[in-house]
Ligand binder design. Structure first.
Ligand code: WT7
Length: 632
């Protein structure tokens, strides 16, 4: 399959970071560490896990009964003990844990580890007061404010299972997720602020609980205390009142390593959403290890992951991973282009951010508005850049590297999924970076590119990206749908299939081409939508592109492209011909779109993935299916 991917392996160039990057990094030499891991995988994870504190150690590192893995057998722990108590009891008591910024400069809050610890304990006691206990599910539907993080940690403190639903979802999506897990309590806020406007959340919750019999109480964070919204006396509880008169200490519930920590529904570019289940022990070890080693986090760092905790990226790299490492994190409710496209750069300068982790869709938006915006700010505090969510195409890589990183910051392009819980592939710090290629598996991960029978394909040939051995933070099941869990392990014998297409080069660097469901077969050739999109985006006039296949009697499918132009470029026949010529020169005649439509925007999931199936449905006059994850 996918043998026609036209990857110009020899042409790609490497960027070699300064030797000092590697010398001072936690991971040291990639190849050596990887060999150490391969020599004894259990010992490798055992020693990572020992860097954290456990109430009771494990009998064995793992048990693997295909396709079910258990990690840290019989160990007891509480993740919040490692996120909070461990730091409060040691040197980080008064270190800043969270810096939060609203949309304006006036709205700012700073919490030290000690303050965060007490806030979490108090809210945990508040939840217990409402009858929430170990194993109960709590739905968190909040704006990106410190209380969102506090609510997550408070659940974990008492062993309740949190399920965070991104604050941008509507009634139907929220209702589906509440019922999916049978939530007992919902934590929400009256409003979220976006582009200067107050957007009500409470109203959405009230509609969403109409057909949600499991819900007993709704906790509401009232943000505008001058104009407090009214609360329903039996059902609704004020966040601050709940926190009043409760103890500021709350013992951390001893959890079994395999007890669920949270359920998170995937963004669902395809089909109905799936409730991915992650457990306490393995998830803790995986996010701790990757945050430390991929971002090479040190005590002096200011870490900023721009995701919302409503996504896995936010769970793992705004909340758990950084706090497990005792880091200082920036979180913000601000949008990158409001009040102007300098907002993020302003925050980096203002807070002295050293590690900045964002998504290609944001990077391409920044490219589109031009480098004059970042150039107005002092970005010299940055030392490491990160990317996640989609392939970081070479043009975006180079722009990010040059314009934001000023040719000095390594870019950690990280490939992973909601299901994997933690980073799986990247180019570890200090290793040569190859634009367009995410890199190699992390020490701890065994990955490959294989054909449908599970045989590794030769370099340059496309195939499916698979993971060959279990890893600590892998999902354990899908909530109430174990069969769907098994499907991940049934497609290719013996492997976890990520449903991504990829290609490897001779050095083992992996290029992720796109989802395997995003393949178009044109006249018998497999063409990845992302491949054509990347070719289009490499044209100077193009800011973003999405490509779909349209059924065609002759060719099976033809390619249609939707294109957003960069500022200063006019749509028209001339440009259309230029683009066709450009794709022909880049990918060859078989990948040429037969139609190009110039558009102002593209349908995306809120995590930034283009929803090609929505474009396709529109094009074909069909029902687009589940669009609960569609942005705006
Ligand atoms: C899918 C997982 C996990 C973080 C956010 C999204 C794509 C993710 C990369 C990358 C190319 C990437 C894959 C993957 N993806 N990171 N660095 N390069 N593609 O989580 O919603 O579970 O999506 O995102 O297609 O399978 P998610």
């Amino acid at each position: 399959m996918a043998e026609s991917f036209n990857v110009k392996l020899e042409e790609a160039k490497y960027y070699t970071p300064e030797a000092s990057c590697k010398e001072h990094s936690w991971i040291g030499d990639y190849d050596r560490t990887y060999r150490e891991f391969l020599a004894n995988p259990d010992l490798f994870w055992d020693s990572v896990a020992r860097e954290l504190e456990w109430f009771q150690p494990w009998d064995r590192v793992k048990e693997w009964e295909y396709p079910y893995a258990k990690w840290f057998i019989n160990a007891k722990l509480n993740i919040t003990h490692n996120c909070l108590d461990r730091h409060v009891q040691n040197q980080r008591r008064n270190k800043v844990a969270i810096m939060w910024r609203g949309e304006t400069e006036e709205e700012e809050r700073i919490l030290t580890y000690r303050q965060l610890y007490h806030a979490v304990c108090r809210f945990a006691n508040g939840l217990s007061r409402l009858g929430v206990g170990k194993g109960d599910r709590v739905c968190i539907y909040m704006p990106l404010v410190p209380e969102q993080v506090i609510a997550m940690l408070a659940c974990a403190r008492i062993g309740a299972i949190h399920s965070v639903v991104f604050g941008g979802f509507g009634v139907k999506a929220l209702n589906q997720r509440i019922n999916g897990i049978g939530a007992k309590v919902i934590v929400t806020a009256d409003f979220t602020y976006r582009r200067g406007k107050a957007i009500p959340l409470k109203n959405v919750v009230e509609e969403a609980v109409v057909n949600a019999p499991s819900v007993e109480r709704i906790v509401i964070l009232r943000r505008d205390l001058d104009k407090p919204v009214e609360l329903h006396p039996e059902m609704e509880v004020d966040y601050y009142e709940l926190m009043e008169g409760v103890e500021r200490e709350c013992p951390a519930e001893p959890m079994d390593a395999e007890d669920p920590l949270f359920v998170l529904y995937t963004s669902g570019t395809t089909g109905t959403p799936k409730g991915i289940v992650h457990t306490c022990g393995g998830y803790m070890v995986g996010t701790y290890y990757t945050t430390k080693n991929v971002f090479d986090i040190k005590d002096s760092d200011i870490f900023w992951c721009t995701a919302d905790p409503g996504w896995i990226t936010g769970h793992s790299y705004c909340v758990y991973g950084p706090l497990l490492n005792g880091a200082t994190c920036l979180i913000t409710e601000a949008t990158p282009d409001y009040p102007n496209p300098g907002t993020y750069w302003d925050l980096i300068e203002e807070y002295g951010v050293t590690i900045f982790y964002t998504a290609p869709t944001a990077i391409r938006m920044f490219m589109r508005v031009g480098e004059e915006w970042p150039n107005r700010y002092n970005l010299s505090s940055l030392r490491i850049l990160g990317s996640v969510g989609e392939p970081l195409n070479p043009e975006a890589f180079e722009w990010y590297y040059r314009t934001i990183g000023k040719d000095r910051c390594p870019i950690m392009d990280t490939w992973w999924q909601t299901e994997t819980g933690m980073h799986m592939l990247t180019t570890m710090i200090g290793e040569p970076m190859r634009p367009g290629f995410v890199g190699r598996p992390l020490p701890g991960v065994v990955a490959d590119v294989v054909d449908m029978e599970g045989n590794p394909v030769p370099p340059g040939t496309g195939g499916l990206l698979v993971i060959k051995e279990p890893w600590p933070s892998m999902m354990r099941t899908i909530w109430d749908d174990d069969e769907r869990y098994c499907n991940y392990w049934n497609t290719i014998p013996g492997c976890y299939t990520a449903a991504d297409l990829a290609v490897k080069d001779k050095d083992g660097y992996i290029m992720v081409i796109g989802r395997s469901d995003d393949l178009i077969v044109v006249a018998g050739h497999n063409i990845g939508t992302a491949e054509v999109e990347s070719a289009l985006v490499s044209h100077e006039a193009v800011a973003e592109a999405a490509v779909i296949g349209k059924p065609d009697a002759l060719k099976g499918n033809t390619i249609k492209a939707f294109v957003i132009l960069r500022n200063g470029h006019k749509p028209g026949e001339k440009l259309r011909n230029d683009l066709v010529y450009h794709v022909r020169m880049t990918l060859g005649p078989i990948a040429i779109p037969s139609e190009i439509e110039f558009v102002e925007s593209l349908p995306k999931t809120r995590s930034g993935k283009i929803m090609r199936r929505v474009l396709k449905a529109q094009e074909m006059g069909m029902d687009p299916g589940d669009i609960s994850t569609l942005e705006e």
